[in-house]
Design a protein around this ligand. Structure first.
Ligand SMILES: C[S@@+](CC[C@H](N)C(=O)[O-])C[C@H]1O[C@@H](n2cnc3c(N)ncnc32)[C@H](O)[C@@H]1O
Length: 257
């Protein structure tokens, strides 16, 4: 861990602080100051103690840490959902995955890691400001050199036929983009949508039925993590939990009859 690297500090209560180490820099805490030089010396997995005796552990931020704390243009796909989308899309190294919208780049980071340097993420975004933030976030954390950014409305875009192994949609009205996307997705491969509202899920499924689009609705699910507070003799579910984030809809492309 060196100057210029991202560091995550964690206090004894589990609160975390994300920042970049700078030569001459300092982390200002209400109970004392910690020099970045001391964090560099402690290294990942090490400990530092403030002049007031406050103990922090030093870490490299995981992808989950980073996405939850990175600067935002829009709310990123929640990490528990992003990793489940990779499962629902059956992603593997070397695959080509289409994504919209880029938003803050949270899901892009997970997709890029899943398909790896031999794969490619084609990330579409309609708003320049959002795309710029997504690009900055990817650059700031991890760049496999495998993301192609396109500033365009996906519903209006021309896509190469039978080109993508998977499609991930985190956008308000994904059904509007299905006519453009469908010929571009390989048969028997997956399209998954991240939809906060059940009304969106219903509209999506109705559009598939009324427009007779070639998809099987495999499943719709929610990802629920129930965290526990374990400090014996205290041992119970945490009083504050992440509640609803979104519904994940898994569709499988079939042949047109
Ligand atoms: C909730 S955000 C996506 C967040 C992103 N998944 C992340 O993890 O940071 C939705 C984004 O979709 C974009 N969007 C909506 N409709 C679109 C379309 N038809 N084509 C391209 N982008 C679109 C919006 O501008 C917005 O930035």
């Amino acid at each position: 861990m060196d100057f210029g690297d991202l560091a995550l500090l964690q206090d004894r209560q589990g609160r975390t602080y994300l920042f970049r180490l700078q030569e001459g820099g300092a982390f200002h805490y209400h109970r004392g100051l910690i020099r970045h030089e001391d964090l560099r010396a402690a290294g990942p997995g090490g400990k530092v103690v403030t002049p007031h005796g406050e103990v922090f552990t030093v870490h490299r931020p995981s992808l989950e840490d980073y996405v939850l704390k990175m600067p935002r243009a829009t709310t990123p796909t929640y990490p528990k959902d992003a990793i489940t989308l990779c499962l629902l899309l059956d992603l593997a190294p070397g695959m080509r995955v289409l994504e919209a919208g880029s938003g803050s780049g949270g899901l892009t980071l997970f997709l890029a890691r899943a398909v790896g340097p031999t794969g490619q993420v084609y990330s579409y975004e309609a708003r320049a400001k959002h795309q710029a933030q997504a690009r900055r976030n990817l650059e700031a954390y991890e760049n496999w050199g495998n993301v192609v950014w396109t500033l365009a409305d996906l519903a209006e875009s021309e896509l190469p036929p039978g080109f993508f192994d998977a499609v991930a949609l985190d956008m308000m009205e994904p059904w509007k983009a299905l006519p453009a996307i469908t010929p571009a997705l390989k048969p028997d491969r997956f399209l998954a949508c991240y939809l906060p509202n059940l009304t969106q899920v219903i509209t999506l499924l109705q559009a598939i039925e009324t427009e007779q689009l070639p998809y099987l609705h495999e499943r719709t699910l929610e990802v629920l993590h129930r965290e526990w507070d374990l400090r014996p003799p205290v041992a119970h579910p945490r009083f504050q939990q992440v509640g609803h984030t979104a519904f994940l809809v898994q569709l499988r492309r079939i042949h047109t009859s």
